[in-house]
Design a protein around this ligand. Structure first.
Ligand SMILES: [Zn+2]
Length: 264
């Protein structure tokens, strides 16, 4: 049977350019179930890349609401959202739908620590866009034993880091924590939610660093879901926009980490 292809039809295909990547698997991407934890500046950028890349089933968890100071860094938040103090998870879900009508985003307004632990089993991959180390460790402690790839991003000023945890082998997020992390483990930097405690102000991430970190996170997610674990980061990506350098940092499994009991 002869199939007729209209000249220029590739331009009508929303995913034509992605399909040219070769390793990109649209069926797997559109069928993957993604848990996106955190809908702040990084969560907005990650959600944007997920929606444009063809991910559909994205559940967004965040306890916070939109305020004016978010508007310089968050694509999906508007002045009206800030005036209404709208839930961030809901605003991000609506924004994803605006970008791609194929999306089926599901917002959950609440703390990730209050989610039922078995929730994680519903998903194929977890993306962390969190602002506290406690929350990161909580998600890590659920994701690793459940054998879910956990991609965590963080920024400070012009420095960004992405860590990819790939159970059942290799380091988890907790293995990469050093004493400095431990010292600030209980701090939560955002100051608009409940259980608010004010701490020393941190150097806020600016949007260009956030864009770099989010792009790396979603690219790693595309590799995982498309079935190319050999292309994944091993295990951390470090970016310094002030010195214009980026590096891949291998993190050793810490035998003292409670998630690898009995492993050498
Ligand atoms: Zn570990």
């Amino acid at each position: 049977m002869v199939r007729t292809v209209r000249v220029g039809s590739a331009d009508d295909d929303r995913y034509d350019r992605s399909k040219r990547l070769g390793w990109f698997d649209l069926d797997r991407v559109s069928g993957a179930r993604v848990l996106l934890v955190g809908a702040g500046a990084l969560g907005n950028e990650v959600a944007k890349d997920l929606a444009l890349s063809g991910f559909r089933k994205v559940t967004i968890v965040d306890m916070d609401h939109v305020v004016g100071s978010n508007l310089s860094r968050c694509l999906f938040f508007s002045q009206a959202d800030a005036a209404k103090r709208r839930a961030k998870a809901e605003a991000v879900a609506e924004g994803m739908l605006r970008l791609n009508r194929d999306c089926r985003p599901e917002p959950i307004v609440g703390r990730v620590e209050e989610m039922p632990p078995e929730l994680i089993r519903r998903f194929d991959i977890v993306l962390g866009c969190l602002d506290s180390i406690d929350a990161r460790l909580y998600v890590n402690a659920l994701a690793y034993p459940a054998r879910k790839v956990y991609i965590d991003g963080g920024m400070e000023g012009m420095v960004g880091k992405v860590m990819v945890s790939k159970p059942p082998d290799g380091a988890c997020l907790q293995c990469g924590m050093n004493r400095t992390h431990g010292k600030i483990a209980s701090l939560r930097f955002s100051c608009t939610g409940k259980d608010v405690v004010f701490h020393e102000p941190r150097l806020a991430a600016e949007i260009t660093t956030t864009s770099v970190v989010s792009a790396v996170m979603v690219r790693e997610a595309l590799k995982v879901v498309s079935g190319h674990p050999e292309m994944l980061l091993d295990n951390a990506f470090y970016y310094d926009g002030q010195r214009n350098v980026s590096e891949e940092l291998e993190i050793d499994l810490d035998p003292g980490c409670p998630l690898h009991a009995g492993r050498s």
